[in-house]
Structures are given as structure tokens and as C-alpha cells.
Design a protein around this ligand. Structure first.
Ligand SMILES: Cc1ncc(COP(=O)(O)O)c(C=O)c1O
Length: 429
């Protein structure tokens, strides 16, 4: 986007260039304030936000009840460090998560600061509980940027030049029906891996996103998730369901894995859990979570009281019937608009997703399916010009994903979809 000479944005860009590490990629806009689905930049320009801070704002920017809870908690207790002096908001978030997570069994939870930390801890617990080292991760999976989670992650931009990676990680095939990889292909490949590459008796856990977020919004079909669970049960392997991006109502159900009917052994959650306050969690079977000795888990800030206060209000809203019904409605609206676009623009190779976790994969030619990263980049840039914040995703960077606040009013949702359509039209000519 062209930056106006003498604007605040121009000054902030040069400050950023001078002081912020280059590896932190930054969009050419600077947020000043935001509410609902609208964000205003440093120069007073308003955008409709279809990125939601990368899936963090399912309830929108600055939801009133969450902001009030943050204010109240900040005046009462901002930090104590849970292992030093415990407090009820932490207990309450754990209670809510245990009650809401899939399955009727007894569960316990742990709170930390980020999705990556949730994944790290889930794997530590799985290894401790099983006494095994191996971890199975999947093509196109994204689980974070710390050393262990970067090692699990399958996209070079996040790991190039940063090895050596953590050992005992095995990458399995994940289905991608649009590009010819079926659930059966992927399950057969896993069975072969268990014969030829790694003894399943040495595998602690598998980790999978129900819809791969950074991997291109590829939906893991129910029969694949079910097939994985069967294999896990057969070999004593724990199933970790990474709901950091797909959870919190993003697919029209509270958890993305619900669409498969599978009950995982552990769930990792983050992003929209606390509407933007840094908070993440691991929820799992009590006997699994309790296997680690006292002191073996935790962190200085993990489960910060202010973040917990935000999570209590967020969880209350997100788990409500009205919110989930609205998520389904928003999903249907987006799906109808994207399918209409696909019928008119051959550059859209596939419309996919579940509910409001929706995306279009852009290709140069629908018969060759050659990825069109240039078109995706032009759509995102064109959208920004038109006042719409959009994100790409996928290994080929050719997928446009929608992570609009589920609470977005009708007019913002429609205006955003209109701007997406105009940007696509302009990009493909
Ligand atoms: C599925 C998934 N897991 C883990 C993470 C890491 O979360 P964080 O960036 O909070 O560390 C992400 C972040 O995008 C994610 O999408």
C-alpha cells in the first residue's frame, strides 16, 4: 500500500525499520485503536478486519465484557505467579476448560502464555506419561516457533537456517484431497511409517490440527481423524488435538475436532481463549496430566490473573449457544459468497473450510492447479487499499483465509466480502 509522505504511518515505518528486528514481518499498517470488526490505523483510516490478529479475535476487538473484566482484575491483582501465590481466576479458567473440552472423562488443565508453549507442554506431558520419545507430526502442520514446535512445523519460512531441530520427530503425510492425497493414502502412509521408519511402541503422541491453519486451511477429514485415533489406541499413543487456531468456535463448534466425533487425549488451546491477552492452555485426561511431578510444569507469567479474567469472560461468551449459532450462520454466509465467486473466477481452485474458518485456494489454471502466490499477494494488497485486512496462508502462499470476528455485524461482513470480491476481480483482471 502506498504510504503517504509526512503521514504518521511513514514515521512509524521508519522507526520500525530502525529498531525492530527484520525477521519480524510486519504489515504496512499501524493500529491505533479497534472495536468489533473495525480497526483504525495511525492516520485515522478505518479497516474491516478479516484477520482478527490471526484468529485471536473470534469475539472481535475490545469486547465490552472482556475489557471490563480486565480493568477490574488489573486493579485487584496483576501478577503473583501461580506457583508462588495461587488465585481463583486461574482455577476458574481450568475448571471451564475441563468442562468444555471434548469427552465426559475427568480432565485437568495447565495454563501458559502462548500456543507454542501449550504444544511444548503437551509433548512434555505425553513423553513423561508414556515414557516414550517419538512424536508424529504432519505435513503442513504449524505448531509454533520455539525450537520444539518449529521442529514440528512444516513450512520453511519458519525454520530456514535455524536448525538443528529437535530429535525424535517423525513427519507423516496429511490428507489434501484437492491435491490428490486422500485420507486412505495418508493412513496407509502412516501404517508404512510404523513398519519402516519408527516403532509405534516408541511413539509418545501424535499432534494434529483439525483444520491446518498456517498450512492452508486444509480440513482433516473425519475418517482420517478417526483412523488416527484407532491407531493411537492400538499402539498406546496419545492423541494431541491442536485447537490453537481451529478452536474457540472458529468452525461453528467450540472445538474443531468435534466435527469428527473423536475425543482426543489432550487439547491445546490459545489465540481467542483470552481475546488478545496472552494465554494458552493444555487440557487432558486427569491421569495423563497428573503424571508429571510437582514443579515439572509452569512458568513465571503462565495463567496471569488479568489474562485469566479475560478468558473467563471470553469462554462464557464463546461457549454460549447464541455465539455458536451465529458462527454457523456466518460460516454459511461466507461459504455461499466464496462459492459464488468460485463459479465466476477460475483462479479459485477450491473453496474449503468448516463454518467461518474458510478459505480459497488460488491457482494459475484449474486443470494444472499450479499455485498462484502472485495472485494471492495481489488480492491481499488490493484488499488493504480497499480497507480490508486479509491474510494468506498455505505452503505455496496461495490461499486466502478468512478469520473475521464471528461477532462482526452483517454490514461489516458483507462489506468485507464485497472488498474481497473487488480485490480478486482486480487481481485476476
Ligand atoms: C495450530 C497452531 N498451533 C500453535 C500455534 C502457536 O501459537 P503462538 O503463536 O501463540 O505461539 C499456532 C499459531 O498460529 C497455531 O496456529
Amino acid at each position: 500500500m502506498a504510504v503517504q509522505q509526512g503521514s504518521k504511518t511513514e514515521a512509524l515505518l521508519s522507526k520500525r525499520d530502525r529498531y525492530v528486528a527484520r525477521g519480524v514481518s510486519i504489515a504496512p499498517i499501524f493500529a491505533d485503536h479497534a472495536h468489533g470488526a473495525r480497526l483504525t490505523d495511525a492516520d485515522g483510516r478505518e479497516y474491516i478486519d478479516f484477520a482478527g490478529g490471526i484468529g485471536v479475535l473470534n469475539l472481535g476487538h475490545t469486547p465490552d465484557a472482556v475489557v471490563a473484566a480486565i480493568r477490574e482484575q488489573a486493579e485487584q491483582l496483576m501478577h503473583a505467579c501461580f506457583p508462588v501465590a495461587a488465585y481463583d481466576p486461574y482455577l476458574e479458567v481450568c475448571r471451564m476448560l475441563c468442562e468444555l473440552a471434548p469427552g465426559g472423562h475427568d480432565k485437568k488443565a495447565l495454563l501458559i502464555n502462548s500456543g507454542a508453549e501449550a504444544v511444548e507442554n503437551a509433548i512434555k506431558i505425553a513423553r513423561y506419561h508414556t515414557g516414550r520419545d517419538g512424536v508424529i507430526t504432519f505435513d503442513r502442520g504449524f505448531h509454533g516457533r520455539t525450537l520444539l514446535t518449529m521442529s514440528l512445523t512444516s513450512k520453511l519460512v519458519y525454520k530456514r537456517g535455524m536448525g538443528p531441530f529437535a530429535p525424535e520427530i517423525y513427519r507423516a503425510t496429511a490428507p489434501y484431497p484437492y491435491r490428490g492425497i486422500s485420507s486412505k493414502d495418508a493412513l496407509d502412509a502412516l501404517d508404512w511409517m510404523f513398519k519402516a521408519t519408527v516403532d509405534p511402541a516408541s511413539v509418545a503422541c501424535i499432534i494434529l490440527e483439525p483444520i491446518q491453519g498456517e498450512g492452508g486451511f486444509t480440513v482433516m477429514p473425519p475418517e482420517f481423524i478417526q483412523g488416527l485415533k484407532e491407531r493411537c489406541e492400538g499402539h498406546g499413543i496419545l492423541y494431541i488435538d491442536d485447537e490453537v487456531q481451529a478452536g474457540m468456535g472458529r468452525t461453528g463448534t467450540l472445538w474443531g475436532i468435534e466435527h469428527s466425533g473423536v475425543v482426543p487425549d489432550m487439547v491445546t488451546v490459545g489465540k481467542s481463549l483470552a481475546s488478545g491477552m496472552p494465554l494458552a492452555g493444555v487440557i487432558g485426561r486427569s491421569e495423563v496430566m497428573d503424571s508429571v511431578h510437582p514443579g515439572g510444569l509452569g512458568s513465571t507469567y503462565g495463567g496471569n490473573p488479568v489474562a485469566c479474567a479475560a478468558a473467563i469472560e471470553s469462554l462464557r461468551a464463546i461457549s454460549s449457544e447464541e455465539f455458536l449459532a451465529r458462527a454457523v450462520e456466518v460460516g454459511e454466509r461466507i461459504d455461499a459468497r466464496l462459492r459464488d465467486l468460485a463459479s465466476r473466477y477460475p483462479a479459485i481452485g477450491e473453496v474449503r473450510g468448516i463454518g467461518p474458518m474458510a478459505a480459497i485456494e488460488l491457482v494459475k489454471d484449474p486443470s494444472t492447479k499450479e499455485p498462484a502466490a502472485d495472485v494471492a499477494a495481489a488480492v491481499v494488497a488490493g484488499a488493504l487499499e480497499r480497507g480490508l485486512i486479509l491474510l494468506k496462508t498455505g505452503i505455496y502462499d496461495n490461499v486466502i483465509r478468512i478469520l473475521v470476528p464471528i461477532t462482526a455485524p452483517e454490514e461489516d461482513l458483507e462489506a468485507g466480502l464485497d472488498r474481497l470480491e473487488e480485490s480478486l476481480g482486480a487481481a485476476v483482471g
